[in-house]
Write a protein that binds this ligand. Structure first.
Ligand code: HEM
Length: 391
């Protein structure tokens, strides 16, 4: 028997791709409630759109003292755990390279990568795995292209990234070593780009150091941030799952992939969820949120995917509609000072993947029942770990 005063263990149920019905029902009436995280800490769970925005953007909800989150995250991109002016300064330097115009120049390269991966999947025969064939390798290839990592170093680079990835899951010593080696490598690349600049982010950051005032160490951290923020994009697989579960939406996309892929991508980002967890922050001062008094030192976890289902901001929020006309920006890329730097590049990868799958595999279908798809529970990023498909 549970006592009424006992704080419930979160997540309430193992994550399998759908949002908890119980929590969906609480968005408007009980946006802030208390739960216990898997690591034992009590934490305020925040669900409503406006309250999520406050937690993501208000400096009282600090990343500096957040310590370990429930799902271990290792020390990952440091920009994510910086606050205030120090973060704003690095962020300004980084944004110079992330202009919409520059991101557009990557489009043909991303398309080429998508085509190469789909070629390989098709020549491997049916059924194939959408995750190992396309969803997992694409972001890593794109990040290498964007950062300007020489092709000859890619194998070594992949090993390091696999190591860094495992710190996100396990916090092992070899993984910390991989992270250190990766920093050294990026430092060397920065020196090399200075004498032979190219059209990549490291070259741009190196060329602008005098005017941006960023130190070598900060540029290396930006490289790490892009790498760790950009190596995993799970929304293409959660999006295909949602499309298979809503065949009428899939038919619309199939009928006009080039025209509808962009709005389908936005709706997939709003509607689908990759994990039950998000970053845990710690209150730097007392605050009131959603009518609840919080104390300095309290842990808080805002879940953007519930904000994305707030009926006050999205009419019929639980309807998956690839032609939805956006009424508010979704929160899947965050909100405020830490808003995802790679949002345009992330969206581009999902959009080109969906459009190309529709065009080149018009009979694409799941090869196993959708409720049997395996989910990853060992990382904050979650996601589908394998997605057998036929075409
Ligand atoms: C669909 C794909 C992606 C999603 C859903 C996503 C989501 C997010 C979210 C939610 C944040 C904010 C985290 C927070 O407030 O704690 C973030 C930050 C960030 N993302 Fe992404 N991201 C994606 C793709 C990418 C890509 C492709 C890159 C790089 C090429 C990237 C680089 C970054 C960086 C550098 C930050 C840190 C920004 C800062 O701290 O100021 N992301 N991302």
């Amino acid at each position: 028997m549970t006592l009424a005063s006992e704080v419930r263990q979160y997540p309430f149920e193992p994550f399998t791709g759908e949002l908890s019905q119980e929590l969906l029902g609480m968005i408007e009436t009980n946006s802030v409630s208390q739960v216990r995280l898997p690591d034992g800490r009590k934490c305020w769970l925040v669900l409503g759109y406006e309250d999520c925005c406050t937690v993501l953007a208000d400096p009282r909800f600090s990343r500096l003292t957040s310590g370990d989150t429930a799902a271990p995250t290792g020390d990952g991109p440091r920009s994510l755990v910086m606050d205030g002016p120090a973060h704003a300064c690095v962020r300004r330097g980084a944004s110079r390279a992330f202009t919409a115009r520059r991101m557009d120049t990557y489009r043909p390269r991303v398309q080429r990568r998508v085509d190469e991966l789909i070629d390989a999947m098709m020549s491997g025969g049916r059924p194939g795995d959408l995750v190992s064939g396309l969803v997992a390798p694409l972001p890593l290839l794109v990040v290498c292209d964007v950062l300007g990592v020489p092709a000859s170093d890619r194998e070594q680079f992949y090993d390091w990234v696999a190591g860094v990835n495992s710190i996100l899951a396990y916090g092992s010593a070899p993984a910390a070593e991989a992270q250190r080696e990766l920093r050294v490598y990026l430092g060397e690349q920065l020196v090399a780009k200075r004498s032979a600049p190219a059209e990549d982010l490291l070259s741009v950051w190196a060329g602008e150091q005098q005017s941006s005032g960023l130190t070598d160490e900060e540029v290396v951290e930006l490289g790490m941030g892009v790498l760790l923020g950009g190596i995993e994009i799970n929304s293409t697989s959660t999006g295909m799952r949602a499309l298979f579960l809503h065949p009428e939406q899939l038919d619309k996309l199939r009928a006009a992939p080039e025209e509808k892929a962009a709005s389908a991508t936005d709706e997939i980002l709003r509607y689908t969820t990759v994990s039950a967890m998000f970053r845990v922050v710690v209150l730097a001062a007392d605050a009131e949120l959603g009518g609840v008094a919080m104390r300095a030192g309290d842990c808080v976890m805002a879940l953007p995917w519930f904000g994305n289902r707030d009926p006050r901001f999205f009419p019929n929020p639980n309807v998956f509609d690839i032609e939805r006309v956006p009424t508010s920006p979704h929160l899947t890329f965050g909100f405020g000072p830490h808003f995802c730097l790679g949002a345009a590049l992330g969206k581009m990868q999902i959009e080109l993947s969906l459009a190309t799958l529709m065009r080149r595999m018009p009979k694409l279908a799941p090869a196993v029942p959708l409720d049997e798809l395996p989910w990853r529970h060992d990382r904050i990023n979650g996601g589908i770990s394998a997605f057998p498909v036929t075409w």
